[in-house]
Design a protein around this ligand. Structure first.
Ligand code: 5AD
Ligand code: SF4
Length: 499
């Protein structure tokens, strides 16, 4: 087995020193030196990135892409022709981990095949890099290191900016050593990392990293670290640049946007302390056509945020407000800091000020020892709120979290039964909500070609739902008007009425 080198900061500095100073890539206000060998070896070569999981990972993918592009590499969707494969992992549920193990297995075969082909001088130096949340939990990291020797570089969520230096060190050692760069502690927020966006019309903008909530089922606080907010100036600068580049939509991202700014102790913007409501208003004032945000935490969601959504037309009338459960006892065991009644009161206040608001949610079914009565409380809440869409999950124990240690006597079959029942009740609300849109003409941001029919385009309504309609590809990235003709429950069919 090859050696495993755990990279610490001094040895990274050492690696940087070894590298010739003539090859300099600048980002994050720093110069990053890359050896001639690495630059020549990778120039014009291709990389492949596969991302699992949430929007935070999708945004990280754009940074990984930006860093690799700064080595003059090109992105490819064909895994067979690339020199670098990056798997950007998710750890939030077990099936996300399993998908990654299966992928790594496939790449093993690819590497073996390339080794056999070595004489033909193909991509025999294929580098496999693993990053994202999975590598941030100790047991999984041990497994990745011990069971999968053909992973070449492992990079933690706090170490993305080390990507190039790691590739450089790896190539300098001619691939003899595997490199593991996972620091247990999050560093400061790093600005100005190179970014290659996935599209040129809708952009994710991080406003905060990490999470301090420690919901008892959730691995995120362990994988993404403490909450760290970006400064308003930096967020606004990124949004202004996006606007200048013609972006039609920005989506402000944080695990819990409502606690934005709480960690910025002595910081003020224009002389005032900052909150999510003040940030959202500043972004709204930039007049980007569409502003969205993800994700809200019910007990910290301030009425001021409702006021900003109501006041600005370009802040979409859509809130993703995860409830997780409608049972007070389950919410307590989940360490969610609100009750069913408080959640419903917030929903009432939102609906009173923004009557056409679309609400979506996340719900976990089968949390340890969830009783039938507790489940019925969730159904009751779902009926009362009537969500326009929802993401539902069967509870998946995550090692290291508090809930993973809880007794769970609820049979899995019972959980599946409840899951189906929940879906049925959620769909009643979704059908009701869809009727409000049928036969209306609404604004749509065209996001791409329909997945099922090449002649059709796909776009997003203000409420975040998809509508498919006939149209020319040149409309991708534009805001158009579409008449909504047919309700397909999780999407609509429509016709283009105005470009
Ligand atoms: N099991 C099932 N679902 C989970 N989520 C987070 N952790 C778990 C888990 N251990 C869900 C929550 C969260 C969404 C992103 O994923 O509903 O809001
Ligand atoms: Fe996980 Fe809870 Fe933080 Fe959301 S708020 S990321 S569910 S710990």
């Amino acid at each position: 087995m090859r050696n495993v080198n755990y990279i610490d900061i001094p040895s990274l500095l050492e690696a940087r020193k070894r590298i010739k100073s003539s090859n300099v890539i600048r980002y994050n206000n720093k110069e990053h030196q890359v050896s001639e060998v690495t630059l020549n070896k990778l120039k014009g070569k291709k990389y492949y990135i596969k991302t699992h999981g949430c929007q935070a990972n999708i945004r990280d993918e754009e940074t990984l892409s930006g860093l690799l592009s700064s080595l003059n590499m090109e992105r490819s969707e064909d895994i067979n022709e690339v020199s670098i494969i990056v798997i950007n992992t998710c750890a939030v549920r077990e099936n996300a981990n399993n998908k990654v193990y299966a992928e790594i297995g496939n790449i093993k075969h690819l590497k073996e095949k390339l080794n056999k082909d070595k004489s033909k001088d193909k991509n025999q130096d294929l580098i496999l890099i693993l990053c994202g949340c999975m590598v941030e939990t100790k047991d999984t990291l041990d497994k990745l290191i011990n069971v999968y020797p053909y992973i070449d570089i492992i990079l933690g969520t706090h170490n993305i900016d080390d990507l190039i230096t790691l590739i450089d060190s790896y190539l300098e050692n001619k691939g003899k050593n595997r490199l593991v760069d996972v620091s247990s502690k999050e560093g400061d927020v790093i600005e100005d990392l190179p970014t290659k966006r996935n599209n040129d019309f809708s952009a994710y903008v991080n406003i905060a990293f990490g999470c301090d909530k420690f919901c008892s089922y959730c691995i995120v606080p362990y994988t993404r670290g403490k909450e760290r907010s970006r400064r308003v100036e930096d967020i606004l600068l990124e949004c202004k640049l996006l606007k200048e580049e013609g972006y039609k939509e920005v989506i402000l991202l944080g695990q819990n946007v409502d606690s934005y700014g709480k960690d910025l102790k002595d910081y003020t913007y224009k002389g005032n302390k900052v909150s999510f409501a003040t940030l959202l208003e500043e972004v709204a004032k930039l007049n980007i056509p569409r502003v969205r945000f993800l994700t809200s935490y019910p007990s910290e969601f301030k009425d001021e945020v409702i006021d900003v959504i109501a006041k600005y037309d370009n802040v979409m009338n859509y809130i993703h407000l995860p409830v997780q459960s409608g049972s007070n006892s389950v919410l307590k065991r989940m360490n969610r800091r609100y009750t069913k009644e408080e959640y419903l009161a917030l929903v009432d206040r939102i609906k009173a000020k923004i009557p056409n608001i679309a609400l979506s949610t996340d719900i976990i079914i089968g949390f340890p020892n969830e009783s039938n009565e507790e489940f019925l409380d969730t159904l009751d809440l779902v009926r009362k709120v009537s969500y326009s869409s929802a993401y539902t999950f069967i509870y998946s124990p995550r090692e290291g979290t508090l809930a993973a240690k809880m007794e769970d006597l609820t049979p899995y079959q019972e959980k599946v039964k409840r899951f189906k029942e929940l879906t049925r009740v959620l769909e009643e609300g979704i059908e009701k909500d869809n009727l409000l849109h049928l036969n209306k003409i609404e604004e749509v941001l065209v996001t791409g070609v329909s997945k099922t029919n090449e002649e059709y385009l796909s776009g997003q309504l203000e409420n975040n739902k998809t509508v498919n309609f006939k149209g020319d590809k040149s409309l991708i990235g534009k805001l158009v008007k579409v008449k909504i003709n047919e309700d397909k429950l999780y999407s609509f069919n429509g016709e283009l009425v105005e470009k």
